[in-house]
Write a protein that binds this ligand. Structure first.
Ligand code: COA
Length: 330
């Protein structure tokens, strides 16, 4: 009996801007210091997109172009391209269609998924279905966010956390048992109170007043988000392990959303999982929202072996959260 078809990640590529915003730079903008930022968040620097005229779609396009070159794929072969983002180029049209245009993916359709820091996980799960049910052969999933466009650099509670970046994966069918095995996705809209942008949507359209009140930036109740993030990631990882009859010792890597080093170590501690096998890049990039998981896979790719059991987990605005279990295919 041949194995069932699964969607496997057959390529991964990241892209980050060159400009760095260090903790020392932030000390000049707000009342903060390197010691506070490092000990409370684990972040040393973030990348900021400063190329004139560039937006989220340009970072996404760079990541996808690199992915196509690496996997010997032509733009015309892409069936579907999904972009996870909270910083779309425009309210409409969606960023995915802009990316398709910028890379010349003439045969693809695309759409955006807005699930904040869980966006990549939601998009990966969604895209994998088209491959696993054999509707499409090549699906590209991108996580991209230009957080610097919605961060208030006068607010020390948020400006130290976020950075810009993009990462893309190619999903293709595999029958050898590798690929995406299962996912657990959750959401609770009541969490919107603790993490949101106040204005700019239909609830509170942009006006001189919303601009004057600095309502077009990320607002968060950090302490509340912290608590829910740990609980959400731990519980969904535990659930996915149970469902797949795996113990934590059988997992080779945990890839957590890079929100805060203390959240990550607390998750690892609750799971009794060694930090050496937790993918980390928060110190260099901060929280790049939908891009963190893909950027981690990209940077750790050399250390991964075919058949490795990998669990991705994330938590973000919505609230949204979840875990996804895959067997590495490369
Ligand atoms: N530099 C110096 N002091 C700062 C600061 C900064 N950058 N930011 C906040 N503070 C101050 C606060 O004003 C507060 O001062 P007060 O006690 O005089 O009011 C003090 O530090 C402690 O703030 P607190 O909010 O208790 O800190 P914390 O330990 O909870 O850390 C976060 C704050 C934001 C780093 C933390 O809550 C966090 O990471 N939350 C999750 C955020 C997240 O990941 N969101 C993304 C979506 S998943």
């Amino acid at each position: 009996m041949p194995n069932k078809v699964r969607a496997a990640i057959t390529g991964v590529q990241g892209w980050v801007p060159e400009d760095r915003l260090t903790n020392a730079d932030l000390e000049k903008l707000v009342d903060t210091n390197d010691e506070w930022i490092t000990s409370r968040t684990g972040i040393k620097e973030r990348r900021i997109l400063r190329t004139p005229g560039w937006a989220t779609s340009d970072m996404a396009a760079e990541a996808v172009k690199g992915l196509l070159a690496k996997t010997n794929t032509t733009p015309g072969e892409i069936d579907l391209l999904i972009v996870a983002t909270v910083t779309a180029d425009m309210v409409f049209p969606d960023t995915a269609n802009t990316v398709c245009d910028k890379i010349g993916a003439k045969n693809a359709f695309g759409y955006d998924i807005n699930a904040a820091c869980s966006g990549f996980l939601y998009a990966l799960a969604t895209g994998s279905q088209f491959v696993a049910n054999e509707t499409y052969k090549k699906v590209v999933v991108v996580g991209a966010d230009m957080m610097s466009s919605i961060v208030d650099y006068q607010d020390r509670n948020t400006c130290v956390i976020f950075g810009d970046g993009a990462a893309a994966v190619l999903l293709e069918p595999r029958r050898d048992g590798t690929g995406i095995q299962d996912f657990v996705l959750r959401g609770d809209g009541a969490g919107r109170e603790f993490l949101h942008m106040k204005a700019g949507g239909s609830k509170r359209p942009p006006s001189a007043e919303t601009v004057a009140h600095r309502e077009h930036f990320v607002y968060q109740d950090g302490k509340r988000v912290f608590k829910f993030a740990v609980e959400g990631m731990v519980s969904t990882v535990q659930e996915i392990l149970r469902r797949n009859h795996k113990t934590i010792d059988e997992i080779n890597w945990v890839v957590p959303h890079q929100a805060n080093m203390r959240i990550i170590s607390s998750v690892a501690e609750h799971l009794h999982f060694p930090m050496e096998k937790v993918m980390l890049n928060i110190q260099k990039y901060g929280n790049t929202t939908a891009a963190t998981l893909g950027l981690c896979l990209w940077e750790y790719e050399d250390q991964l072996n075919k058949g490795d059991n990998i669990v991705l987990t994330a938590f973000g605005g919505g609230f949204t959260w979840g875990a996804l279990y895959l067997k590495w295919a490369l």
